[in-house]
Design a protein around this ligand. Structure first.
Ligand SMILES: C[S@@+](CC[C@H](N)C(=O)[O-])C[C@H]1O[C@@H](n2cnc3c(N)ncnc32)[C@H](O)[C@@H]1O
Length: 396
């Protein structure tokens, strides 16, 4: 059946189901607000937001990632093309416009070309497309690494912030670390913008909260049209790395494993050996060069280090696995394990080679993080904008 929603005049379709002797009414998709996904990569943002929003359009330049995106979300709305070739007139109007723009120039592992660098500088192309659209999306999200707010004492952030303010938005940044949801350390900055004239007081606070880091607080100091977005604290994570890995995947053959195990620094080997036998253990490990020597450094918190693409200049992540009888083995993370670390369901298709999957996941946004943001901030903001019939261009 359908009804007219008094708040925004839209026609709404409801599904009725009966279970447990009770009639349940659920809004069908037509009630969902919409979003577009720039730099969509392997589609994890779309995966997360599709629960609350209808995806209308997405693009990425990488054919391998496009394959992953399309295998999971269909090819209907995906455009395999550079953002430099996207014209605003051809992009549909959506409630939310999301851009996970390339991080290499803002990441410590990269060359720090900054927000004008030829890769991270593609964020300006997103703004160009927004400017070309007949009506800009009311809610904007730009996602990147911590360097966006911390590098150059916040100068890169302030440039982006003011560019959004000039377009009629009020803006704030938050930091969400995937380790709150999955055993994977992945701090990321989310810059969220809403039209200046929109009353967002229910979703903001007068001061920083748990998702504002020192670097964000410093970058925000004195900034015009800054807002402190307010989010509920996430529930305590219950899953650890040992719950996520496939224990029956074979480790490297012994000669290769021994070679790697010999690279573990003495203090790390002692600590790993100090755990009581009888219980299997897993230690994420990275090969690094320290004082001119190759070492294999272990983590002891059962949280994987941040997955990165090999292009980012970092090595792949190993797992040092100690079985119940005390034997140690080494292997790389499997493609499926990398997807799980990003919070993707096991049904998420990963076409292509191991390297393709590793690269696709290493670049992505963790699903539960984008989902949390979607549910607790973007959806309420989109509903507010719908209610107030706001799009930024109409009123800026
Ligand atoms: C941080 S990743 C985004 C990941 C994506 N949101 C996800 O969850 O999988 C940045 C993406 O920008 C894409 N990219 C780089 N240059 C581009 C360009 N000129 N036009 C469009 N996409 C580009 C990369 O292929 C990469 O997938």
């Amino acid at each position: 059946m359908y009804v007219i929603d008094e708040t925004n005049g839209k026609v709404c379709i409801f599904h009725f189901t009966v279970y447990g002797g009770v009639v349940h009414m659920e809004e069908a998709d037509t009630m969902k607000p919409t979003f577009i996904d720039f730099f969509a990569g392997s589609g994890l943002v779309t995966e997360a937001l599709s629960r609350y929003f209808v995806p209308l359009w997405a693009n990425d330049i990488c054919a391998k990632k496009a394959e992953v995106y399309q295998a999971n979300h269909g090819s209907g709305h995906f455009h395999l093309k550079s953002i430099t070739d996207v014209h605003g007139a051809s992009v549909p109007l959506a409630d939310v416009s999301w851009a996970s723009f390339p991080c290499q120039d803002l990441s410590l592992a990269g060359n720090m070309g900054g927000i004008e660098g030829h890769r991270s500088g593609l964020v300006w192309q997103w703004l160009r497309v927004l400017d070309e659209q007949p009506v800009r999306s009311p809610i904007l999200v730009a996602e990147n690494v911590a360097g966006l707010v911390s590098a150059k004492s916040g100068m890169y952030y302030r440039r982006l912030h003011m560019a959004l303010v000039e377009r009629g938005y009020q803006v704030g940044a938050i930091m969400l670390d995937a380790c709150n949801w999955v055993p994977h350390s992945r701090p990321r900055i989310f810059v969220i913008a809403a039209p200046k004239q929109m009353d967002v007081s229910a979703l903001t606070s007068s001061q920083p909260c748990w998702c504002h880091t020192k670097a964000i607080i410093a970058a925000a100091n004195g900034l015009q049209s800054w807002v402190w977005w307010k989010l509920p604290a996430p529930a305590v994570r219950t899953q650890s790395l040992r719950d996520l890995i496939d224990w029956d995947v074979p480790c490297n053959e012994k000669a290769r494993a021994d070679k790697l195990l010999r690279l573990i620094p003495a203090n790390h080997a002692r600590k790993a050996g100090s755990y009581l036998p009888g219980e299997p253990r897993v230690f994420p490990a990275y090969r690094r060069t320290r004082n001119g020597r190759q070492v294999l450094e272990l983590r002891f918190d059962e949280i994987a280090g941040c997955l990165r693409t090999p292009e980012g200049g970092s090595s792949r992540q190993f797992l040092v696995i100690r079985s119940a009888n005390g034997d140690s083995g080494v292997r790389l993370l499997t493609a499926r394990e990398t997807a799980r670390l990003m919070g993707a369901p096991d049904s998420y298709k990963l076409p292509g080679s191991y390297n393709d999957a590793y690269k696709a996941m290493g670049d992505a946004v963790a699903v539960p993080v984008a989902g949390f943001l979607g549910r607790h901030l973007l959806l309420p903001l989109a509903k507010l904008a719908g209610r107030e019939k706001i799009s930024s261009r109409r009123v800026a």
